[in-house]
Design a protein around this ligand. Structure first.
Ligand code: NAD
Length: 292
């Protein structure tokens, strides 16, 4: 299949490489020369513009930083993609922009889904991402086999924007469970418990959760977690702050009450403003331990 891939950064590079490995002809475009060079080294064909990447492509995949980038790139995609091409946006963006792009695509006659991912750079590289999809069932059915070549779980969440809604709610929950886990470790330490002892108990009791057992924010109990690697990401605090900001925006539009989401947003905002945006989001452990 001929696939255009636009946005070959931390996530897009691994995803595009997996499509090449699956036998697709991938035409890649990125504003960054370095990203494009890497994509070509991974087996993609380099394009000189969004329009050139889209020419003749049966599917167009975008993996861009935010809503404004997606809106801007889609102005060109909708002009240049061939009729009948399937459009898949894997970026994490606000629900309103996702719905706006989907509406424009529909008017222009394209099938489109929003399909943000969970799983980080490691998942993008290994082809084990989870895709949360919004769009019509028929568009989802067309996208699913392509997404399965970049991930292990592909779920249809509902109509346009539903993939973004699922992603934002999931990451808000992740931030809250991470902060709760850090708070429990910090209190356990102050009460004289060793981290490993508290882990052994809580991970086998009702406090058990993913932030503890797969991504433990203190060094030791889970050797693969970023806490053992000086909190190198993983999933950077800046990206968690981005997702929490999108979640808070979405909540405010519909007047939803999200007190713990708001607190998590404030804590990550403070962490990033103290110069820790590039560290893993589990570095919030240090801030909670310090209590500042
Ligand atoms: P990134 O900044 O590494 O990559 C984005 C790429 O898009 C860059 O290479 C940039 O040059 C390119 N780009 C920007 N504007 C462009 C344009 N107009 N035309 C062509 N290329 C353009 O970001 P990333 O970490 O790969 O994340 C991509 C998306 O995936 C984001 O929405 C992010 O929130 C989401 N996400 C990231 C992670 C993660 O762990 N990094 C995890 C899940 C979801």
């Amino acid at each position: 299949m001929k696939i255009a891939f636009i946005g070959l950064g931390h996530m897009g590079s691994g995803m595009a490489a997996n499509l090449v490995r699956a036998g697709h002809e991938v035409r890649a475009y990125d504003l960054s020369e370095a990203a494009l060079t890497q994509a070509v080294a991974d087996g993609c064909m380099g394009a000189t513009s969004v329009g050139q990447a889209c020419e003749g492509a049966e599917a167009v995949i975008t993996m861009l930083p935010g809503g404004q980038h997606v809106l801007s790139v889609y102005s060109q995609v909708l002009e240049r993609a061939r009729k009948g091409a399937l459009l898949i946006d894997c970026s994490t963006i606000d629900v309103e922009s996702a719905r706006q792009v989907a509406a424009r695509a529909k008017i222009a006659g394209y099938a489109m889904i929003d399909s943000p991912v969970s799983g980080g750079m490691a998942g993008a590289k290994a082809g084990t991402l989870t895709f949360m999809c919004g769009g019509t069932k028929s568009a989802f059915d067309l996208a699913e086999p392509i997404l399965k070549q970049m991930g292990k779980t592909v779920i249809h969440a509902g109509e346009a924007g539903a993939g973004q809604a699922a992603k934002l709610c999931n990451n808000m929950l992740l931030a809250i469970t991470m902060i709760g886990t850090c708070e429990a470790f910090a209190l356990a330490e102050k009460l004289g418990l060793k981290d490993q002892v508290f882990f052994d108990i809580a991970s086998n009791a009702s406090g058990q959760n993913w932030s503890m057992t797969s991504y433990c924010p203190v060094p030791g109990p889970v050797p693969t977690s970023p806490a053992n690697n000086d909190y190198q990401p993983g999933f950077a605090a800046a990206l968690m702050l981005k997702d929490l900001t999108l979640a808070m925006q979405a909540a405010s539009v519909i007047n939803a009450d999200t007190p713990l989401g708001a607190k998590a947003h404030a804590l990550y905002e403070a962490l990033c403003s103290q110069g820790h945006s590039a560290q893993d989001f589990s570095y919030i452990m240090e801030r909670i331990r310090r209590g500042a």
